[in-house]
Write a protein that binds this ligand. Structure first.
Ligand SMILES: [Zn+2]
Length: 302
């Protein structure tokens, strides 16, 4: 067991709030116990937003060391992942062009920028870009590419510029936040009126539900499905609940779709198929069963 995982496992304090919607954790039910990349932990299900979340208090230092051990926190593999995710990056740039028109000179903040893959794609498209991440090595790498980045954990700590942004992007990062509603409210303040919030979110809560049911029949298979559904995320939130929290933070939701959320041309056929079927199901029946989605929201102009 690695030292960071051991450090995380030794923490005994439990969550005070659902990280996804902010409701007190006392309003949650026990979901399952699971061993994954973060060690063994109890998971709860929030009665308010139906999200599953790891019952462990957030500690920034262990979050940083954990991320450094994951693919996207490692210098070589993090840079390789920039290449892998190019399909999704291109798609998000297309989304920005669709909603902002000419993106040249528009100011963008990328939250959880990792090794700067999306920042580089945005610069290529003509945007003026800044970013931040919790991993110091990632921020150093981004800076070495001539891009502006800061090492911090929350948008209210970001200090490179105080001018409001035309667009804030959060791609595969919100599932690590300790307080999503608080973070979204802070982000709202940093976007100019009429500006955009674009997020790629993961929602495999439907798969986690299946894993949880399976666990009581076949613990081994159930745990396999759960690990696949949860990865190393701190919470797993149904898309419908997520959209409610975005609206409660003051945003108008413009669109939410699995289309454009596929990471790579090299993504497996099964996963691509799951996105295709998921998109059809979501847009026809409003049932979300894809692995992820791209959400576009706007801060109202007034
Ligand atoms: Zn909740």
């Amino acid at each position: 067991m690695s030292s960071a995982v051991a450090a995380e496992s030794s923490q005994t304090s439990s969550s005070s709030h659902c990280p996804a919607c902010g409701k007190a954790a006392t309003d949650s039910s026990r979901a399952w116990r699971l061993v994954n990349a973060r060690g063994e932990a109890e998971w709860l299900q929030c009665n308010e937003c139906c999200s599953y979340f790891m019952d462990r208090e957030y500690a920034l230092h262990s979050e940083v060391s954990h991320t450094q051990q994951m693919t996207w926190g490692d210098a070589d593999e993090g840079a390789a992942l920039n290449q892998f995710k190019r399909r999704m990056y291109r798609s998000v740039i297309g989304t920005l062009q669709k909603h902002l028109g000419d993106v040249h000179g528009k100011r963008m903040l990328d939250i959880g920028c990792a090794y700067g893959g999306f920042m580089a794609a945005a610069v290529e498209a003509g945007l003026e870009v800044e970013g931040y991440d919790i991993v110091p090595e990632a921020v150093e790498h981004v800076r070495s590419q001539g891009l502006r980045a800061e090492c911090c954990a929350s948008v209210n700590e970001f200090s490179l510029s105080k001018e409001p942004f035309d667009v804030v992007t959060v791609l595969d990062a919100n599932i690590y936040w300790p307080d999503q509603p608080g973070e979204l409210q802070e982000i709202f303040q940093r976007i100019r009126p009429g500006g955009l919030l674009v997020m790629r979110v993961v929602d495999k809560s439907w798969l986690a539900r299946i894993g949880g049911l399976l666990q009581s029949v076949s613990p081994q298979r159930g745990n396999q499905v759960l690990r696949r559904a949860l990865n190393d995320h701190r919470f797993s939130m149904p898309l419908g609940s997520f959209l409610r929290v975005v609206k409660q933070s003051g945003f108008d939701v413009i669109s939410a779709t699995p289309r454009g959320a596929i990471h790579s041309d090299q993504t497996s056929l099964a996963v691509k198929l799951s996105f295709g079927l998921g998109a059809a199901l979501w847009h026809s029946l409003g049932i979300f069963m894809a692995p992820g989605a791209v959400v576009v929201a706007r801060r109202p102009a007034q």
